[in-house]
Design a protein around this ligand. Structure first.
Ligand code: TXA
Ligand code: MG
Length: 322
């Protein structure tokens, strides 16, 4: 379906399209989402066609309040409630046993549903205008970098969706943390905006992180190659890599240090060495270098703690394996 894509700041306009069973891009604190009525399989299927996404990939359901958990999930463990109360609205998705009102298409036939209450005022306003929650993956074509501005969404999905709700640049900049409960034990499947340390502090005990790719990933966010720019990208010691490769133009993504090597364009994620700021700028930096003339992108590892681990995970998945 072809649309003239409008961008604006009106939750009411977004609600009109969503009520008609169409998709709309929505801002969240993590990345922009491509939303549709989560209770209407005919609307949800449009998300997959707009994104070119394989239908085996389940979608996160965005809800308007903590209480709304009980409308879509059963047998909610106390620890899940504790995490929701601590971190919602915020960048944490909880995998819970799904109720029957969630179509199988949303969960790809799994018996769990990923629920999250996003922390963005416009999207919360929008959710309050609707009598259904919003299924929304990141608003990028499948496998490509997640969008962190309305303009990124327009660049990739313009003409395919009727409306982009513009909430400005995303504050967190990387996707939500995905956590579930295996035999009552909290397990992280995707590291994201809420750090493992924060979860452990809230629960008062260790959590397990399972991020290694398996042949049938529990969450396709675990696919090895994901969030990838089209320009080949390598992660490591950028000075050594730049010397070894001797490309015509090298794009560099650095944490804190400005590299002034010949034939390089360097984007520094945070001159003050702040991981939150680095996360916020990461995807826009990848996108900018991917859209320029660099024939390779070199990125350096972030410190391996807190949000640095979630950023390193995105870098690893975006890069060519060597
Ligand atoms: O921050 C975010 O989480 C953003 C914003 C828009 O909320 N959304 C996002 O969605 O990153 P997406 O679809 O790009 O990534 C969600 C990941 C996918 O890897 C999906 O497989 C996994 O969550 N997922 C969703 N529901 C699941 C379920 N029931 N069981 C296992 N994995 C699930
Ligand atoms: Mg995604």
């Amino acid at each position: 379906m072809e649309f003239q894509t409008h961008t604006g700041t009106s939750p009411e306009k977004a609600a009109v399209w969503l009520h008609k069973g169409e998709t709309t891009a929505i801002p969240t604190e993590t990345v922009y989402g491509l939303a549709a009525n989560a209770l209407d399989a005919e609307a949800v299927v449009k998300i997959f066609s707009v994104k070119n996404r394989p239908t085996f990939d389940p979608l996160i359901v965005h809800i308007k309040s903590i209480e709304a958990m009980d409308d879509y999930a059963d047998d909610i463990p106390d620890e899940a409630r504790l995490l929701a109360n601590t971190f919602w609205p915020g960048p944490l998705t909880l995998l819970l046993k799904k109720k029957n009102n969630i179509p199988d298409l949303v969960t790809s036939g799994l018996d769990t549903v990923g629920l999250r209450m996003p922390a963005h005022p416009l999207t919360l306003q929008l959710l309050h205008l609707l009598d259904f929650p919003l299924a929304a993956p990141s608003a990028n074509p499948f496998g490509y970098i997640s969008p962190t501005t309305a303009e990124h969404v327009h660049d990739q999905l313009g003409g395919k969706i009727p409306y982009i709700l513009d909430g400005g640049p995303c504050r967190v900049g990387i996707e939500s943390t995905i956590a579930g409960f295996e035999y009552g034990h909290c397990t992280v499947y995707r590291e994201g905006g809420i750090t493992t340390e924060q979860l452990e502090a809230a629960l008062g005990k260790p959590v397990t992180v399972k991020r290694t790719a398996v042949p049938h990933p529990v969450t396709p966010g675990m696919l090895e190659s994901h969030y990838a720019p089209r320009t080949p990208m390598y992660v490591g010691d950028v000075e050594a890599l730049a010397r070894d490769f001797q490309y015509k133009l090298v794009g560099i993504i650095s944490f804190q240090k400005e590299y002034t090597l010949p034939n390089t364009e360097c984007i520094v994620l945070s001159t003050s060495g702040n991981l939150e700021e680095a996360a916020m700028h990461l995807f826009a930096a990848m996108r900018e270098l991917d859209g320029g003339h660099a024939d390779v992108i070199l990125a350096e590892h972030m410190p391996d703690a807190g949000l640095g681990r979630a950023i390193n995970d995105r870098l690893r998945r975006a890069s060519v394996k060597i």
